[in-house]
Each structure stands twice: as structure tokens, then as C-alpha cells.
Design a binder for this molecule. Structure first.
Ligand SMILES: [Zn+2]
Length: 369
């Protein structure tokens, strides 16, 4: 299958989704850049766009090469509540980096905002909306293509985000970091989706906190909620790159291994091909990843859905489908692995014989102040 070469005319996000195209999102930023030494765990803030722009640019480049159609500005936890005096410079630099890389391929720039640190303590609507408004002012000036409000655990705060973002006239996507049990006020995923669409979101779904299987189960509930109420929206999923079947309502942050011991849970590229196929079959057309989701996982989405999309990403130049490149290996038993059935049915071993495969989430959910 041919790879895309040369310039294409860029269609907007809704034009793509309305015509039935699959849009591939990007993957992990704070988690991946923490491992590479550019982000501090705990804070999870995006100062690297100013301090180490080459590190942020390189990660965008890797996602673009892997097949991402969206360069999301590295502005997670990028509001004034988190970054204080640095917020403006960081947001501007992040927009410039995303645009610079998006222009090298068929990708759009999405300005991203996320939950504030204020909602849990005092729910001052005006103050919270002002933080979103400040970031939106920069996204508008930098002319991003659309907007993403992500990682909201309270539907009410996500609705406030949508209310601010839609004022720009640009398409708004919103994802919550919730599982099938719903938001932290016990609103069901279906009810959350309904409120977000009514507020003005064109694309809704989930990101972060849960692995592929649970994330898709939650999006399915959102879809059913929308259908039951006669509302229409595009569906989006950006799961963790980790398996989390043992999570409670709070997701992976409550697992004892969060955030420094999650490696044994990393999804294989084959797990992610399965995720991409299941998302597609569910009707989700915006498919990407969040924490732990690396460029090779994004490539796996692009490869699984290449028959539907009609092309492979640039990074497939170095990756033959379903391990077929192994047919060039010198050892016959490794050559025997150069086939789809082998990798599709593989049961990965952890290499840790005395370790449990699952664990108990820590304690009960405690008040966060
Ligand atoms: Zn995440």
C-alpha cells in the first residue's frame, strides 16, 4: 500500500469526520517527556515547550511520522492556575511548535485545555472560565484549527470549558477522564455526553485514566446515551497505553504502580491494533491515545485502519505488516514468527514469575484537599 507523499489540501476536523474519514490523534506527552527527562512527575506541567523546545518538537515529529492527523498543543495543565507567570509564554510556544510540525504533513493543530486545580476546592465558575478564556485567547491569536477540552473528571467543569471554547466559532472536542461508573458526581457517561453535546461540543469521548478496553466500554455508554436522547456527535477515544482491568472508579492514578512502576502494563502494538479495530467497529472515528501511548502505538492504529484509510503512515517504511519483516531473520524459529496469526494470538510473558498480574487500587477515594 502506498504511503502519502507530497502536499495535500487540508480539510478541517469536522469536514473529515462528517465525510466518514478516520482521524488519528496523537499519544502521550507529559508521561513520555517525563521518561525522557523534560517533565516533572506530580506537577505534569508543559514548561518544556519553552525550556526544551527541541524535545517537544521531536515528539510531535514522531507522532506525525507514525500517522497522527492532529498535533495537539502541549498545553496540558497549562492554565495560569498551574503555571502562574509562565502560562503565556508556554502556551504561545506550544502553539508555534504544534503548527510548525503540522505544516510538515496532513495534520491539524488542536488547542488543548484541561481540568483546573480550582474546581475541586471552590468551584468558582467565573475564575475557572477565566483560565480557559486566557488560553483560548492565545489559541485564537495563533489560529489553531480546532479545540480540545480534555481530562475532565467533573462534567460540570467540562461543560464550562465547552461554553468558553465554543465562543471562538471553532469546532470543539471534549473528552472526560472517566470510566463506565461515570464522573465524580456520579453522572453516567451517557448523561455526561448529552450535557457536553448540548453545551456545544461536536466531538465527545474519553481520554486517559483507563486502558483500551475500559475506555471503549465508556465511549459505548456515551454513544448509547446520545442515541437514546436523539443527539448526534462524533465519538473520540484517547486511551492509556497501559492495561488497567483492576482499576477502580478513579482509574490508573489509584493503582499502587502509578506513575513509576507501570511498565509491565504497557500495551503491545498488537493490543493497540485490536483497540483501533474495536473503536472503528463501535463507530468511533477519532482514535488516539493518552499517557503511555507511544509513537509506535499510533503507528499501530494507522496500520490496522490502513485498509479503510487507503494508505500507510511514513513510519511503516520501517515496519512491515504483522511482523512480516522477520522473514529476513537468520534463525528459522524467528522467521516462523513472520505472520499475523502468531502475533495476533501471542500471550506476552511479563518475565516476573513472582509478581501478581493484577493489584488492588489504593484505599478508598479520599478527599483531595
Ligand atoms: Zn493521560
Amino acid at each position: 500500500m502506498a504511503r502519502v507523499v507530497g502536499e495535500r489540501v487540508k480539510k478541517g476536523i469536522l469536514e473529515r469526520l462528517n465525510s466518514g474519514e478516520v482521524v488519528i490523534g496523537d499519544g502521550s506527552f507529559v508521561f513520555t517527556l517525563e521518561k525522557r527527562g523534560y517533565v516533572k512527575a506530580g506537577l505534569w506541567t508543559p514548561e518544556a515547550s519553552v525550556e526544551y523546545p527541541e524535545a517537544v518538537r521531536q515528539l510531535h515529529m514522531e507522532y506525525l511520522r507514525a500517522g497522527s492527523n492532529v498535533m495537539q498543543t502541549f498545553t496540558f495543565f497549562g492554565g495560569k492556575d498551574k503555571l502562574e507567570s509562565k502560562w503565556k509564554d508556554v502556551n504561545e510556544a506550544s502553539c508555534d511548535l504544534a503548527r510548525e510540525v503540522a505544516e510538515k504533513g496532513n495534520a491539524l493543530v488542536a488547542g488543548g485545555i484541561s481540568q483546573t486545580s480550582l474546581y475541586k476546592s471552590h468551584k468558582n465558575k467565573l475564575e475557572i472560565k477565566e483560565i480557559f478564556q486566557q488560553q483560548l485567547e492565545i489559541f485564537t491569536r495563533k489560529n489553531v484549527d480546532f479545540l480540545i477540552a480534555e481530562y475532565f473528571e467533573y462534567c460540570e467543569e467540562a461543560v464550562w470549558a465547552v461554553e468558553v471554547l465554543k465562543e471562538s466559532g471553532k469546532p470543539v472536542a471534549t473528552t472526560m477522564c472517566i470510566g463506565p461508573e461515570g464522573d465524580m458526581h456520579n453522572l453516567t457517561p451517557g448523561e455526561c455526553a448529552i450535557r457536553l453535546v448540548k453545551a456545544g461540543a461536536s466531538i465527545v469521548g474519553v481520554n486517559c485514566r483507563f486502558g483500551p478496553t475500559i475506555s471503549l466500554a465508556t465511549v459505548k455508554l456515551m454513544k448509547e446515551g446520545l442515541e437514546a436522547s436523539g443527539l448526534k456527535a462524533h465519538l473520540m477515544v484517547q486511551s492509556l497505553g497501559f492495561h488497567t482491568p483492576d482499576c477502580g472508579k478513579g482509574g490508573f492514578v489509584d493503582l499502587p504502580q502509578y506513575p513509576f512502576g507501570l511498565e509491565p502494563r504497557v500495551a503491545t502494538r498488537w493490543d493497540i491494533q485490536k483497540y483501533a479495530r474495536e473503536a472503528y467497529n463501535l463507530g468511533v472515528r477519532y482514535i488516539g491515545g493518552c499517557c503511555g501511548f507511544e509513537p509506535y502505538h499510533i503507528r499501530a492504529i494507522a496500520e490496522e485502519l490502513a485498509p479503510e484509510r487507503g494508505f500507510l503512515p511514513d513510519a511503516s517504511e520501517k515496519h512491515d505488516s504483522w511482523g512480516s519483516g522477520l522473514s529476513m531473520h537468520t534463525k528459522p524459529w524467528v522467521r516462523a514468527r513472520a505472520q499475523k496469526e502468531y502475533w495476533k494470538n501471542l500471550l506476552p510473558a511479563s518475565g516476573r514469575p513472582y509478581f501478581p498480574s493484577l493489584s488492588k487500587p489504593d484505599g478508598l477515594r479520599m478527599p483531595e484537599k
